[in-house]
Ligand binder design. Sequence first.
Ligand code: PFF
Length: 461
Amino acid sequence: MDNNNNENSSKQKTTFTGNIGYILAVAGSAVGLGNIWRFPYLAAKYGGGIFLLVYLILMLTFGYAMIVSETAIGRMTGKSPIGAFTSFGDRKWLKFGGWINAVIPILILPYYSVIGGWVVRYCFEYLRGNSHAIAGDEFFVSFITDSLVSEICFIVFVLAAFFVIVAGVKNGIEAVSKIIMPLLVILALITAVYSMTRPGALEGVKYFLVPNFRDFSLMTVVAAMGQMFYSLSLAMGILITYGSYLKKDSDIEKNTSRVEIFDTGIAILAGLMIIPAVFAFTGGDMATLKAGPSLMFITLPTVFDSMGFGNIIGSVFFLMVFFAALTSAISLFETSTATISEQLKLNRTLSSVIVLVVSLLLGTASVFGYGIWDYVKIFGMQILDFFDFLTNSLMMPISAFFICMLVTKVIGFDGIAKEVRLSSQFRRQPMYYAVTKYIAPFFLMIILASSIASTLGLITI
Ligand code: PFF
């Protein structure tokens, strides 16, 4: 590895002012639609308490190992994914590993922002006092199929992320995260307490928190694993990039634990906001609980409306989702910008404009895919669903696999340990080794195989 080069490049980069700024920014990336929209519907669908238990185990083992690897790689090279991988040589697989990590955020940002745009619309409607109209069966579908309105909401969301990026790491990401993250916790607590105190809601709390081993299946593990990667923003170049901004005296191990606690805490709170509310409203109807992606956009507004104070609680809830989604989109934007600026040797502003244009183009395709282009299907999926599948189910396991290979075959465990030990005790080192060398590569291939098999219709997920 060319150390001089790396040092120079990290000097030119903007860095976080301190540990808190870094933790909040990583937590801001991790906490997003994945926690509030995706986690509750997966937990509801795959067994409640047992899903939560499996998720926690995976997060403390796999999640921990992946965060440490990515952060250490980022910090030791001072580069974003492609630069980081190729600092260890110019072998083809290293280049491929870097590229796949770098391309994922560029592909996620557009469709993530489309869903962010949906949240913008919900905020707007609740703030206008339209709780009743949103609760109607038709609202969501007629909204997402209305290409013009959806496109406007999508553009508002992307531009919000763009402006933060142009402001830079310290003024932008850090400043926004410092305000938004604490606010998010307060809003989440208020909503969860409100939801859990509705009549009949306690059954939902039980379903979500108490594991029932009869509900366990292989799919519980596969779904929990995919969700863990998504939720912690793993294998998408994000943590490599943020690690490259991290100072040498920041404790990687402690920061990792803090981010894990924060991310999982918000996911659990989201579960406590949504699942008990659905129980209170439907008496625990399984069909409703398993409604999947529409749980937040269709079922929840109905629940809010039936509870009284629908507009207030709806506004609080969707504002919170908006903030969470925005900080995640910012991290996707930042990583994409860093990659483009590094690879094309362009300045930050120009690079961020390129990311903006690509996002507008691909995002618009996703918006139209639900509306005027709804006849377009890729492998039987709508455009947005296809991008989600491509990035999370196919590219993510491959990219994570390459990170494990980079650690085990090239950097070596000693190299990683040396980097982590600069500022941490690295107490979970033995577990880190076992997971990165044996368990992770095996499980990642299982996820990949099950995703492909389900697309080909060989198994149903
Ligand atoms: N972790 C974010 C969430 O839970 O919503 C989503 C996300 C952000 C995924 C950044 C991937 C990523 F690279």
